[in-house]
Design a protein around this ligand. Structure first.
Ligand code: E4P
Length: 214
C-alpha cells in the first residue's frame, strides 16, 4: 500500500518524508488556502521534497477549461497529478488527459458507481472520501471494499486512493481491504506510531540497562 500525505504544509511533509514512509502528496484547494501561500510555489516546493505523485486540483468546472488548466499544472513538474472532480465534464477531461499521458486523480468520489465511471474514463487514482461518507452516516469502508473488488475483478488500471481519513483504524482497515493508496493527514500518521506497550517496553529496557550499569 502506498502512503501519500494529505497536506500542503511543507514542515509536515519534510518531517513525514524523513520518516521514510511517504510515497506522494495530495493537496486540495482548502489545504492550499490554509497555508495562505502561492499555489505554484507550494506545489514546486513539495515536488522538491517528495519524488512521487503530487496532486494539484483544477478549479474549472467545464471540460475544455479543465484541460487547459490541467496542461498548465502538469507543465509545472513531471510528478504533478491533476485532481479533477467526478462530474461528467470532469470525466470527459480525464479521458482526454489520459490520451495525452497526463495522470489524473478523480476526486470527490463517494460511491462504487462513481469509481466504475472514473476507472472507465482512465483515471490514474480515484479518491474515495471515507471520512465524509462516515460523517453523513454511510459506511465509507464498505465503499472501499466494493471499489477494490471492482478494480480487481475487471482489471482496471486505476488505483483506489483512500481519502478523508480521520483515524488510524481507517488506514489499517483499508489496507486489509486491499486499497492501493491511503492519503493520510500528518496527525493521523503520528498516531499510527503510537502504542502504550511500545512506550512501556522502551522504559523497561532503559531502566534495566541503567540498573546493570549502575
Ligand atoms: C484528499 O485528496 C482529499 O481532498 C482530502 O482527503 C479530503 O479530506 P477532508 O474530508 O478531511 O477534507
Amino acid at each position: 500500500m502506498k502512503f501519500f500525505i494529505d497536506t500542503a504544509n511543507i514542515e509536515e511533509i519534510k518531517t513525514a518524508h524523513d520518516w521514510g514512509i511517504v510515497d506522494g502528496v495530495t493537496t486540495n484547494p482548502s489545504l492550499i488556502a490554509k497555508e495562505g501561500r502561492d499555489f505554484k510555489q507550494v506545489v514546486l516546493e513539495i515536488c522538491d521534497i517528495v519524488d512521487g505523485p503530487v496532486s494539484a486540483e483544477v478549479i474549472s468546472l467545464e471540460a475544455e477549461e479543465m484541460i487547459v488548466e490541467a496542461k498548465k499544472l502538469a507543465a509545472w513538474h513531471k510528478n504533478v497529478v491533476i485532481k479533477i472532480p467526478c462530474t461528467p465534464d470532469g470525466l470527459k477531461a480525464v479521458k482526454q488527459l489520459a490520451g495525452l499521458g497526463i495522470k489524473t486523480n478523480v476526486t470527490l468520489v463517494f460511491s462504487a458507481n462513481q469509481v466504475l465511471l472514473a476507472a472507465k474514463a482512465g483515471a490514474t487514482y480515484i479518491s474515495l472520501f471515507v471520512g465524509r461518507l462516515d460523517d453523513a452516516g454511510e459506511d465509507g469502508l464498505q465503499v472501499i471494499g466494493d471499489s477494490v473488488a471492482i478494480i480487481e475483478n475487471h482489471n482496471f488500471a486505476s488505483q483506489i486512493l483512500v481519502a478523508s481519513i480521520r483515524s488510524p483504524l481507517t488506514v489499517q482497515k483499508a489496507a486489509v481491504l486491499g486499497a492501493h493508496v491511503a492519503t493520510i493527514p500528518f496527525k493521523i500518521l503520528q498516531q499510527m506510531f503510537q502504542h502504550p506497550l511500545t512506550d512501556i517496553g522502551i522504559k523497561t529496557f532503559l531502566d534495566d540497562w541503567a540498573k546493570l550499569n549502575a
